[in-house]
Design a protein around this ligand. Structure first.
Ligand code: TYD
Ligand code: MG
Length: 470
C-alpha cells in the first residue's frame, strides 16, 4: 500500500488543495482548510458504487422508468410528516441539526418510540448518553416498545456489524460528531471523520433500505459542525430551532430531495417531551396586549401554510448620535426601506427616531407581504395610536408609497377568517377574481397613506401629532 499523503480540505465548501492556504480560494472563508490523509486510489472500494435500491444500476430510457409516488411512512407526529414532505421515505438519509440542548435527542427518542410502536424496528445509537440515561429519559417520554433497541457506541465498524445483524428499519445516530471510523487517523469530530462516517451511513441506508436519522450539532456560526459537506450528502436536512429560554421549537426543512423546502413544524417543549402545536397562529398571538401601540398582525406563508404573526415596533427619539434601526426576525434593510417610504410618503419624521422592529414568537419573515404590517406597526408606535385588534394587514410596500399585491392571498385570508379576525387590509390589485371567506371584510387600498388612515383610524383622531396633514 502506498504511503498515505495528506491534503487540505475546506470545511466550508469541500475545496481541496495540496498545500495549506489561509483563505479558501473557492468560498473565500478564512481558516477553514483542514489537513486530512488521502486514501490511495487502490484502496477505495469499488463495490461501494451501489444504486439507490442496493443493486448495480443500468442506464435506462426515461420513459421506461416507472415514476411511482414514493412510498412514505407517516410518523405519529404530523408536524414532522409535514417537514419531511408527507412522511419518511424508506431508505432516506435525514439530517437533524440544531444547537446543543434544543431537543434533538428528545425528538428522535419520541419518533423512535412511535415508529417502534407502529411495527418498525429501531436501532438508536447514542454516542453521547449511556443506556441508563436514555432509559430514564425514555421512561419520562413513555417510550418502551420491545422493537426499540438502544446501543451506546461510537465505533462505526461495530455499528455496521450490529446493523447487519439486527437489520432494523430505522437507524438513529446521535450524534454524528461523536462517531468515529477507527481506520481513519483524524480525531473524532473532525471534518474527515464526519465525512467518512456520513458516507458509511449513506451506504448503510442505500444498500439495506434502512432509513437513517443523523443528529448533528450546530456550531456557533450556525452551520452543522463539519459542515456543508454533510448537507450535500444527505437527502433531507432539518433544522431544529428555537430559543432554549422559550418553550416553542421550530423544525425547519432546509433541503429535501422528496418534498418542498421552507416547510415548518412547530412543537412545544413540555415536561414529558415535545408536543405538536396544531394551530401555531394562536400561540404566536396569544400574548398580544389588547390596545397596545406599535403592533400589527400579518399572515406570513411558512412553506405551504399561512401563519399569523404579530409585528411589533417601538419608535423613540434618538438620544445620542445616529438613529438606530434594530430588527429581530425581519431584514434590517427591508425595515430601513419601509421607514424611508413612511418618511417620504406618509409624513412621518423618522430620521431622528430610533426604530426597533421585531416579529414575536421567534418567527423569521423574509417575504414582502409583511411590509404593510411593519409600516402599520411603526406608524402606530409613532402616532401612539393602536391598530384595531381585529385587523390584519397584507401587502408589499413599493418605493412610491403604493401597496402592491402579494402571492397566495386566498390561503392567507382563509386563515385570517378562521382565527376570527374581522377585517383584512390588502392591496386593491389583489381583489380581482378571488373568493372571499365568510365573515371577513376585505378592504382594498392603493397607497400606504390609505392603509394608515384605515388601520389607525386617523380621520377620527385629529389631536395627535402629525395628523393635521393626513
Ligand atoms: P435534548 O433532547 O437532550 O437536546 P439535544 O439532544 O438537542 O442536545 O434536550 C434537552 C433539553 O430538553 C433539556 O434542557 C431538558 C429539556 N427537556 C424537557 O424540557 N422535557 C423533556 O421531557 C425532556 C426529555 C427534555
Ligand atoms: Mg442530544
Amino acid at each position: 500500500m502506498a504511503k498515505a499523503k495528506t491534503q487540505f480540505i475546506c470545511s466550508n465548501c469541500g475545496y481541496t488543495s495540496a498545500r495549506y492556504l489561509g483563505r479558501c480560494p473557492n468560498c473565500g472563508q478564512w481558516n477553514t482548510l483542514i489537513e486530512e490523509k488521502i486514501v490511495p486510489e487502490a484502496v477505495v472500494n469499488r463495490k461501494a458504487r451501489i444504486s439507490f435500491d442496493g443493486r448495480v444500476a443500468k442506464p435506462k430510457k426515461i420513459s421506461e422508468i416507472s415514476g411511482n409516488e414514493l412510498p412514505r411512512t407517516r410518523t405519529g407526529l404530523r408536524e414532522l410528516n409535514r417537514v419531511l414532505g408527507g412522511g419518511i421515505v424508506p431508505g432516506s438519509l435525514i439530517l437533524i441539526g440544531g444547537d446543543p440542548g434544543i431537543g434533538k435527542s428528545t425528538l428522535m427518542l419520541q419518533v423512535s418510540g412511535q415508529l417502534a410502536e407502529n411495527g418498525g424496528s429501531v436501532l438508536y445509537v447514542s454516542g453521547e448518553e449511556s443506556d441508563n440515561q436514555i432509559k430514564l429519559r425514555a421512561d419520562r417520554l413513555g417510550v418502551g416498545s420491545d422493537s426499540f433497541i438502544v446501543y451506546p457506541e461510537t465505533d462505526m465498524e461495530q455499528i455496521k456489524s450490529i446493523v447487519q445483524q439486527i437489520e432494523p428499519d430505522y437507524l438513529v445516530i446521535d450524534s454524528v460528531q461523536t462517531m468515529q471510523e477507527p481506520d481513519l487517523q483524524s480525531p473524532i469530530g473532525s471534518v474527515a471523520q464526519i465525512r467518512e462516517v456520513t458516507a458509511n451511513l449513506m451506504q448503510i441506508a442505500k444498500t439495506n433500505a434502512i432509513t437513517v436519522f443523523i443528529v448533528g450539532h450546530v456550531t456557533k456560526d450556525g452551520s452543522i459542525a463539519g459542515p456543508k459537506i454533510l448537507e450535500h450528502m444527505v437527502d433531507t436536512v432539518l433544522y431544529f430551532e428555537g430559543d432554549a429560554n422559550y418553550k416553542y421549537r421550530i423544525l425547519r426543512t432546509v433541503k429535501n430531495r422528496f418534498g418542498s423546502t421552507n416547510e415548518l413544524g412547530i412543537f412545544e417543549m413540555r415536561d414529558h417531551g415535545l408536543r405538536e402545536v396544531a394551530n401555531p397562529s394562536e400561540i404566536f398571538l396569544e400574548e398580544r396586549l389588547a390596545g397596545a401601540t406599535g403592533s400589527a398582525i400579518t399572515a406570513s406563508m411558512e412553506g405551504s401554510r399561512p401563519i399569523l404573526v404579530e409585528v411589533q415596533a417601538l419608535v423613540a427619539p434618538t438620544v445620542f448620535g445616529n438613529a438606530q434601526r434594530v430588527t429581530t426576525g425581519v431584514d434590517r434593510n427591508r425595515v430601513s426601506q419601509i421607514l424611508a417610504v413612511l418618511e417620504k410618503h406618509a409624513n412621518l419624521l423618522l430620521q431622528n427616531q430610533d426604530a426597533h422592529v421585531r416579529i414575536t414568537g421567534g418567527v423569521k419573515i423574509d417575504e414582502p407581504a409583511a411590509d404593510l404590517a411593519i409600516a402599520l406597526a411603526v406608524a402606530s408606535s409613532y402616532h401612539e395610536k393602536a391598530t384595531n385588534a381585529s385587523d390584519v394587514f397584507l401587502g408589499e410596500v413599493g418605493l412610491g408609497g403604493e401597496v402592491r399585491s402579494i402571492s397566495l392571498i386566498e390561503d392567507r385570508l382563509k386563515e385570517i377568517a378562521k382565527l376570527g379576525f374581522k377585517r383584512a387590509i390588502v392591496s386593491k390589485n389583489n381583489l380581482a377574481g378571488i373568493d372571499l371567506p365568510k365573515g371577513l371584510q376585505v378592504i382594498g387600498v392603493s397607497t400606504l397613506e390609505e392603509a394608515l388612515k384605515l388601520g389607525l383610524d386617523l380621520n377620527r383622531a385629529s389631536k395627535q401629532k402629525g395628523f393635521a396633514d393626513l
